[in-house]
Design a protein around this ligand. Structure first.
Ligand code: 26Q
Length: 826
């Protein structure tokens, strides 16, 4: 868009936000976009028609936003991520556009409901869990704060798999989410780019003796961008999420075509399109497959070409201002090859000298780390790089050589340190350490909660912190209050707004004003009533979709998140078995419904065993008449964003029980607390900061601290000692080991108990007693409804810090140096 081109604004009459205008849009789309009439349109087509009607109203703001950024030549932030776990979009767009009333009324006048049509939308499940959902919350906050931001990712044809439980075990089913049209995306074939792979490096010297390199390759894939509008809350900003889809190059099979093997040529074209075919479903252990590295480079190359093209359109070759106009945030190390890619562009295409190029690169990138687990740290074989990205490997070697020289100067003779800090790990198979590349190539390195960021400095990246302490900082995660409170919990939102006004949706700290109602009997009553309504809504949904019957008069004790040993769903199950034994002993317990949900990585055997054990215990407990009305356990199938929106508002108790020092932050913990659940948790990740905000009287903390965990491991942890000392623990473990929960295969869960007794790397047995006692305090607290309500209300009132608006404000001020840009529609 040049300054001279005038934006052509559509007929404002058509796009008014009145009830009548929405009705007209809807029927127009049923007719002209979907070729149906009111009688033949399916429910899904009705969803599409209202989605198109809403999208129409985003378009002029979207165009205007992008035009304003260009005209004002603002500094932009690009958020690069292999995952954007968006979920559904209709409800969110309707809310942010402030057309909820009109859309609801328009649909009602046509005999439809927004709530029902919303259920027709399939989740955009383009992420695994926390990291992907964080990226989605950040998009909402960046648009709400009017920041010139663009998300860049991959348009996977298959997102996170759909989970089915068959005979108690997880089955993975492909998520073919694009089988139905995606009304939110717009393909931009005009902006497609070529992505090279493989080939070799050609080097030559010019007359002056300067060495030049060029990456020569015949293998290309086309990156086709699809844009999705990201509206801010009640403002005119509509940012862009650009997702790249792989297409074969037109001339791909030229050799075949020339030989007349047309069919073979078309068949081969398929192969290049596999790059964006499927999301890798593992979220902790890294998966060293070539296709994954291809996906990463595909995203990085496409995004950087796009970023550089946009920069050059305004600034030509004035590269010195690049870092003043562009900042790129790396969502973990997954897009870290961007660092080598920008170097390659500057050196080989823009003819830069090394130092000048490196100066620009290291002023451009920020890196966010999301994990302390060593097995999740990305490492790629040098041999794979050599084959796929030979020029990048050369550049990484040069970055490393120069970097190690600075280390050697600072610590002369410390060869140990050089090998520890090297970007290239030596060994039988040489590896590229992506985290070290990210640290060296970035001006900012951040963790995602205070504790996590401290541990990065003192443990994982200690050497790097010693060298460049100024790079290290913390940005505690947050969640968007629009989706996770205002939209998912309309009843609580209404109660809050009725008492303190609506400002909290944008300024979540305003929830503080609820403190004065915490002891108010009336408010407490309304608060507990709406919680019960939310429990009823969940119960109805579970009844309809999974034939699960819930008892509303029990504590809803919920743990939903990816299944991983470090998150300790197994500790939760041990507690359920303990309660079961209590009931069998004739003891009275506070009635409880334990809900556990989440996906296991398909190749993670132990995580799948935990699901299987949960279902096995559930079937015993739920069918035992002694447990009726007292204890129930259910595994919730296919946990995903849209399901979370129903589960979280219904929870009384939120389980955040990872071993201290393992969960970087957690974000589900924040969502639960903001929805009026109390937390039972360890001193891990963001729990520490939530406790600080809520106060220790309003938080159920148990277990070893990070220091205590470290001490115990240092002096030699012997889980069997805990087993032998604790009779309750012994009974629970023995019951599982005896085959009680697997009568057809008595040894089925032996590997689970054996691991607990032999190594127990996540210290379940060490924390068992403390957990049980804490759960007893929870049960006791729940008997006093007024006291419970007060604690829950205080939690809501004091969780303002955990808005992703606060997080993004800090990224913007402390890392990006970006400024808000108001969008005017005039
Ligand atoms: C890496 C290489 C190859 C294949 C897959 C991966 C991969 C993919 C996803 C590795 C890790 C992930 C996801 C990590 C993740 O979700 N981490 C979570 O991030 C949240 C947001 O910061 C935190 O709140 C959680 O504590 C953290 O576990």
């Amino acid at each position: 868009m040049s300054k001279k081109t005038k934006t052509i604004l559509p007929n404002s009459d058509v796009l008014a936000n009145s009830i009548e205008a929405f009705k007209k849009s809807f029927t127009d789309h049923i007719h002209h976009s979907l070729a149906r009439d009111g009688r033949t349109a399916t429910e899904h087509e009705k969803f599409l028609a209202i989605a198109y009607s809403v999208r129409d109203r985003l378009i002029d703001r979207w165009i205007k936003t992008q035009e304003t950024y260009y005209d004002k030549d603002v500094k932009r932030v690009y958020y690069l991520s292999l995952e954007f776990l968006i979920g559904r979009t209709l409800g969110n767009s309707v809310l942010n556009l402030d057309v909820e009333g009109a859309v609801t009324e328009a649909l009602e006048e046509m005999g439809l409901t927004l709530e029902e049509l919303r259920e027709e939308e399939v989740d955009a499940g383009l992420g695994n869990g926390g990291l992907g959902r964080l990226a989605a919350c950040f998009l909402d906050s960046m648009a709400t704060l009017e920041l010139p931001a663009t998300g860049m990712g991959i348009r996977y044809e298959y997102g996170m798999f759909n989970q089915k439980i068959k005979d108690g075990q997880q089955e993975e089913h492909p998520d073919n989410w694009l089988r139905l049209p995606n009304p939110w995306e717009i393909a931009r074939p005009a902006n497609a780019l070529r992505i090279p792979f493989y080939g070799y490096v050609v080097s030559w010297q010019d007359e002056t003796g300067k060495l030049h390199n060029r990456w020569d390759t015949k293998d290309y894939v086309i990156a086709l961008p699809y844009d999705t509008p990201i509206p801010g809350y009640h403002n005119n900003t509509v940012n862009n999420l650009r997702l790249w889809s792989a297409r074969s190059a037109d001339d791909f099979g030229l050799a075949y075509f020339n030989n007349g093997d047309y069919i073979a040529a078309v068949h081969d074209m398929e192969i290049s399109e596999t790059i964006s075919k499927v999301l890798y479903p593992n979220d902790t252990s890294m998966n060293g497959k070539e296709l994954r590295l291809k996906q990463q480079y595909f995203l990085c190359s496409a995004s950087l070409q796009d970023i550089v093209n946009r920069f050059k359109k305004t600034h030509g070759n004035h590269w010195n201002v690049f870092p003043e106009k562009v900042v790129i945030q790396l969502n973990d190390t997954h897009p870290a090859i961007s660092i080598a890619e920008l170097m390659r562009i500057l050196l080989d295409q823009e003819d830069f000298e090394w130092d000048a190029a490196w100066d620009i690169v290291t002023k451009t990138f920020g890196y966010t780390n999301h994990t302390l687990m060593p097995e999740a740290l990305e490492k790629w074989p040098v041999s794979l790089f050599e084959h796929l990205l030979p020029r990048h490997l050369q550049i990484i070697y040069e970055i490393n050589a120069r970097f190690l020289r600075t280390v050697a100067m600072r610590w002369p003779g410390d060869v140990e340190r050089l090998s520890r800090m090297s970007i290239i790990e030596e060994g039988s198979e040489k590896m590229v350490r992506m985290a070290y590349l990210s640290i060296v190539g970035s001006f900012s390195v951040n963790g995602v909660a205070a504790l996590h960021s401290e541990l990065l400095k003192t443990e994982l990246f200690r050497d790097f912190f010693e060298l460049t302490p100024e790079k290290f900082n913390n940005k505690t995660n947050g969640v968007t209050p629009r989706r996770w409170v205002r939209k998912s919990n309309p009843l609580m939102s209404e109660l809050i707004s009725k008492n303190i006004g609506e400002s909290w949706v944008r300024n979540l700290d305003d929830l503080k004003k609820l403190e004065k109602f915490a002891a108010d009997k009336n408010f407490q009553k309304e608060f507990m009533e709406l919680k019960r309504e939310n429990k009823k809504r969940l119960a109805k949904y579970l009844q309809e979709t999974q034939s699960i019957e819930l008892n509303l008069d029990t504590i809803f004790d919920v743990q939903v998140k990816r299944i991983h040993e470090y998150k300790r769903q197994l500790l939760n199950v041990l507690h359920v078995i303990h309660l079961y034994l209590q009931i069998k002993d004739g003891k009275e317990i506070e009635p409880r419904t334990v809900l556990i949900g989440g996906k296991a990585a398909p190749g993670y055997w132990m995580a799948k065993q935990i699901i299987r054990l949960t279902n096995a215990v559930a079937s015993v407990v739920n069918s035992d008449p002694d447990c009726r009305g007292k204890l129930a356990l259910h595994f919730l199938e296919n946990y995903r964003v849209s399901f979370a929106e129903k589960i979280i508002p219904a929870a009384d108790l939120s389980e955040q029980i990872s071993t201290a020092g393992t969960e970087a932050s957690g974000t589900g913990n924040m969502k639960f607390a903001l929805n009026g659940a109390l937390t039972i948790g360890t001193l891990d990740g963001a729990n520490v900061e939530m406790l600080e905000e809520a106060g220790k009287d309003n938080f159920f903390i148990f277990g070893l601290s990070v220091e205590q965990v470290q001490d115990l491991l240092a002096k030699g942890y012997r889980p069997r000692d805990f087993y032998e000392k604790d009779g309750d623990l012994r009974r629970v473990i023995d019951l599982i080991a005896s085959g009680f929960f697997s009568p057809d295969r008595a040894d089925l869960f032996k590997p689970v108990t054996d691991k607990l007794l032999s190594s127990d790397p996540f210290l379940l047995l060490a924390d068992f007693r403390s957990y049980i006692e804490c759960q007893e305090r929870v049960a006791k607290a729940y008997t006093n409804k007024a006291a419970w309500a007060k604690m829950a209300i205080l939690n809501v009132a004091r969780m303002g810090k955990f808005s992703s608006d606060r997080t993004i404000h800090q990224y913007s001020e402390e890392i990006w140096n970006t400024k808000p840009c108001k969008i005017s529609l005039k």
